[in-house]
Design a binder for this molecule. Sequence first.
Ligand SMILES: Cc1ncc(COP(=O)(O)O)c(C=O)c1O
Length: 449
Amino acid sequence: MVYGEAGSETLRYFEMASKFLPKSIWTPETIVTSFIVEKAEGSYLVDVEGRRFIDLTSQWSTNNVGNVNREILEAAIEGLKQYGFIIYSLNLHKAVFDLVTELLRIRPSNNLTRVALELSGTGAVDAAVKFAVKVKKRPHIISFLGQYHGYYTGTLGYGPESADARRYFENLYGNAAILLPYPDSYRRPEYMNCEEWGKFIIDYIEEWVLKYQAPPDRIAAILFEPIACEAGVWIPPDSFIYGLKKLAGKYGWFLIADEVMTGFGRTGKWFAIQNWNIDVDLMPLGKGISGGIFPIAAVYGSEEAMASEPVEYGTTFGGHPAGCLAAIANIRVLEKYGIVDRAARLGEKVLKKIRDWPERYEIVGDVRGKGLVIGIEFIKDKKQKTRNPESAKIVYLESIKKGVVPLMDVGDWVLRIQPPLTIEEEVLMYAIDVIEDCIKMAEKEFKKV
Ligand SMILES: Cc1ncc(COP(=O)(O)O)c(C=O)c1O
């Protein structure tokens, strides 16, 4: 047992978890390897036993400006004092206008002229799809296997993160989504380079989907993640992104870029699509929008997408005043401290330091990233690229034992580094050294077998 020694506070909580929380989350594996957070601050998590951990997750890219960012916290508290809760679908309130004005000021392209507010990333994606389908009056959405848009039944239909997550729910999705492979740069057909792989998928849409599955005038939109983080930090080739843009223009489809995970500086740009300089018609935002202090989400939309006709979307707490004020404060913090450019610089430094790991370690198949979303893929042999859960688990668990908490994609066995964008450089570099030590340890074990 890594954590939760007999009689410890940690174990007591995990025993409660196994009794009172849904089994799906608290698997026996989680129970023996995790810790119980009691406090969070800056780049750190502190557990019930007073241990400090470096947080390389930023709580799944939510706390981009550090855990419990004080400036955002104060703004949210002011919002609560001033408004409590006002429902914006019934009573428009000033905080909505203040936030929409700010979001439009930092918009990635001038064609995005409107903003809908939501509560969660899932809700934002769901709303974007509804805008697309209702405005275009077409039933289908093209989206990609491995993408993640949320676990609710609607969004899981558009982004099947894994086949297992869809088990038993298959019939709830209907057949709205036309699902195609995402051009993962590492696991591509070996006779294609990355650009060819991206082009192949674009050609496949034209040559096969439009001919045999749905004609162009029955497709409302393409929904894509500019970088598929949950899938294991898949960074698509230019041919894919520009190909999607070209197809959407040619057939009058909306392009929907899901920036719930990648938005607000994560990839070293305000929004990940700015790495390719294209404009899109709809863009769901969430997570890092308010620095994790108060839940809120949003969707950018073009005039055509959001002003053609009314579309039903939303939920009671979407556009909560405290969330609006937290999001405004978050934008202010990102700008004031130059955090987005810093994320780009820091990401480059980390990549430079670890880029040769695939040459140096047998168990590391690939290292890839943009800004501060970085993935390390574990494999058993370089030619077959067989996934290596055993080594990945050792690296993950040993890192936590040494006080460094990365993210792990169970299924792909990609270890992810997604720290707060504000993490101190020396703390980040120390954490990378710890992960490397753990890789060395896992490599020794691997060679023994
Ligand atoms: C790209 C993407 N879209 C949507 C979601 C769902 O967001 P939420 O969990 O806030 O509902 C996520 C969550 O990880 C995500 O990564």
